[in-house]
Design a protein around this ligand. Sequence first.
Ligand code: FAD
Length: 315
Amino acid sequence: MKISQKLQQAHAGPNPPPATFSFEFFVPKTSQGVQNLYDRMDRMYDLNPIFIDITWNAGGRSSTLTNEMVYTAQSTLGLETCMHLTCTNMKVELIDEALDKAFKSGCQNILALRGDPPLDGSESTGDFKYAKDLIKYIRKKYGDHFNIGVAGYPEGHPEEESEIKTLHYLKEKCDVGADFIVTQMFYDVDNFIDWCKKIRKIGVEIPIIPGIMPISTYAAFVRRAKWSEIAIPQHFLDVLDPIKDDDYLVRERGTELVSDMCIKLLHSGYVNHLHFYTMNLEKATVMILEKLNLIEAVKSHDVVGSTELPWRKSL
Ligand code: FAD
C-alpha cells in the first residue's frame, strides 16, 4: 500500500494513535550482515512500523542488493517497504531495471533522490541531474503506481547556500509529483518548526516526515551531526558532554533528549509520524518508542484513545 494512504488511514477515525513510526535500514556490506538485518527486521516488524525503507548506494553500487532486500522485506517479511533510488551516475537503463524490480516485488513506494555527487569531484554521468528529473521520469513511466517521497533539509543542503533557493527546489520536487517529504536528521526542533511554516507558506502541502537519529554513543552522535552539517543545540551538549565516555549513560540521557524532541515535534501540529534512522540497530530506537509509549499505543490502535500516554498529560 502507498505510504500516504497508510498515513491517512492510521490517523483517521475517532481514536488515532498519537503518532505512527517507520524505520530506515541501510544495505549491509556482507551477506552475514544481510542475514542479521533480515532477522532484525523480522523482530522489528512486531513493533508495527507503518513502513520501512531501504537505502540505495549512490552510483548504483550494491543496487542489486537493495532490490533484493526490498523484495524480501515486502514480499517475504510482509513489511510495507519504500525503496530509495538515487540518480547520480545512473543511466536510464539502470533506473529502469531498479524500478521494474521494485514494481515486480509489489513495492509501491520510492524515495526519489539525486544522491551525493561522485567522491572524486567529477561530474555525474547519470541521465538525470536532480531528484526532480527522476520524479518526472517515474511519473511518466509508471503514472500513479508509485508513491514518491523526496528529501527535505530543514537546515539547508550543504551544496546550496541560499535558503530561498533550497525551499524553491523542494517545491519544484513537490510540483512534479512528490507525495511526501522525509527530512534530513536534525536536533533543533524550533528550526524545524520554522521550516515547516516556511514550506507550508510556499504551498507545499504534502506530509512532512521528520528524520529522527537516535543517540547511541557520543562519538557517533557528534560525527553524524558534523557529517550532515546540522546544528547540535546547546542543551544536548550540556547533558551529553560531561558523560561522553560512558556509553550506557549517553544512551539513557540521549533517549530522554530525543524523546523530548519527538514530543515537541508531535505537539507542533506539523507532524504525526516519526521516521527513525536505525543505523541497522534496534536498541536505541526501541528505547525512544518505549519512552514515548508508542509501541503499545500503535498496537492497540482501536483503544488508543483510552490508553494512558504519560507524555500526553502535558498536552
Ligand atoms: P536534489 O533535490 O536534486 O538536490 C541536490 C542539490 O541540487 C541541492 O543542493 C539542491 O539545492 C540543488 N538543486 C535542486 N534542484 C535544483 C535546480 N533546479 N537548479 C539548481 N540546483 C538545484 N543518499 C544516497 O546515496 N542514498 C540514499 O539512500 C539516501 N537516502 C537519503 C534519505 C534522506 C531522507 C535524505 C534527507 C537524504 C538521503 N541521501 C541518500 C542523501 C542525498 O542523496 C543527498 O543529500 C544529495 O546530496 C541530495 O539529494 P536530493 O534528492 O535532496 O537532491
